[in-house]
Design a protein around this ligand. Structure first.
Ligand code: DAK
Length: 260
């Protein structure tokens, strides 16, 4: 069934999405992308979900890229539509008002690295491998890789990855700030769920406003980005979460946030 291509499990307030196409190392074909978009809409709309973890099925691969067999057949017009569809899904992750953590459990190549880069946090297995090998196939990264990677690690380091197509070990991703933390393969998922759970316990309105301010502010000059931050800060004061968070502190008790 199509729905099985991206499994959705609940771990308390955390939604765990697992890309499940093991015979192709979880490569992203059109069906997987369609189901992933649906799953992301589902978890975004579900108010009981406070944070999301995204991972790949099995112990070998997070996502081994866009599906090469499918891409091989594309006309230039279809390639444009494919790239735009992939970019739209990654934008869903960036614009979702909830934290999304990538648990990179193995190969994250091409579209796999690009998918992880759209997430808020990347936790990687010590066995993970990252890279943008598109130039080895005669194309360029099409799901935002040339843009998000350069913004994150600087264009100099990004050129090293993109122009060579080399595959990099998890330690290099950590050194460059692509991955936030490395974990043993057996503890990676628990660490990702624990971090997502912690983020999910914070004030949901504040978390959403903070994520939005970081993502939207990145494209703005500093003075405009600071205005955006001030507006987001003020927006928190329209929430009961703000009153609850501060009252709870003053009353020396844990806050009970509702996301209102
Ligand atoms: N697509 C389709 N099938 C894939 C795949 C992929 N990306 N990666 C692996 N598979 C399949 C293999 O074909 C194989 O299938 P069978 O032969 O068993 O039927 C199965 O998964 C197991 O793979 P291997 O036998 O190759 O396993 P190994 O352990 O030997 O090697 C590997 C693992 C990850 C090193 C190797 O599979 C590999 O190099 N895979 C390709 C990695 C790659 O190049 N990924 C980047 C894809 S390019 C754009 C939009 C998007 C993109 C670009 C442009 N526009 C529209 C402009 C994005 C591009 C990419 O992501």
């Amino acid at each position: 069934m199509d729905g099985d291509l991206v499994l959705l499990e609940r771990r308390g307030a955390v939604a765990l999405l697992t890309i499940h196409r093991p015979k192709a190392l979880n490569a992203l074909d059109r069906q997987v992308l369609t189901v992933l978009a649906q799953r992301l809409d589902e978890v975004a709309a579900d108010r009981s979900v406070r944070a999301v973890v995204l991972t790949g099925s099995g112990d070998k691969s997070f996502v081994a890229g866009a599906d090469i067999g499918e891409m091989a057949q594309l006309t230039p017009e279809q390639a444009l539509a494919f790239a735009l569809a992939g970019q739209a899904i990654l934008s869903k992750i960036e614009q979702m008002p909830k934290p999304v953590i990538a648990a990179v459990n193995g190969y994250a190549l091409g579209g796999g690295t690009e998918l992880a880069l759209a997430c808020d946090v990347i936790l990687a297995s010590t066995r993970a491998k990252f890279g943008l090998p598109e130039v080895t196939l005669g194309v360029i990264p099409g799901f935002g890789g040339t843009q998000r990677l350069a913004r994150l690690i600087g264009r100099n380091a990004a050129r090293r990855w993109v122009l060579s197509g080399d595959v990099f070990p998890a330690e290099e991703a950590l050194r460059l700030g692509v991955a936030h933390e490395l974990h043993a393969p057996e503890t990676l998922l628990d660490a990702a769920v624990a971090l997502a759970d912690r983020m999910g316990q914070r004030g949901p309105v504040a978390v959403a406003q903070a994520k939005g301010a970081i993502v939207r502010g990145e494209d703005l000059p500093l003075n405009e980005a600071l205005e955006l931050e001030a507006a987001a800060f003020a927006q928190c004061f329209r929430s009961s979460d703000q009153r609850e968070g501060m009252t709870a502190f003053l009353e020396k008790r844990p806050a009970k946030f509702t996301g209102e």
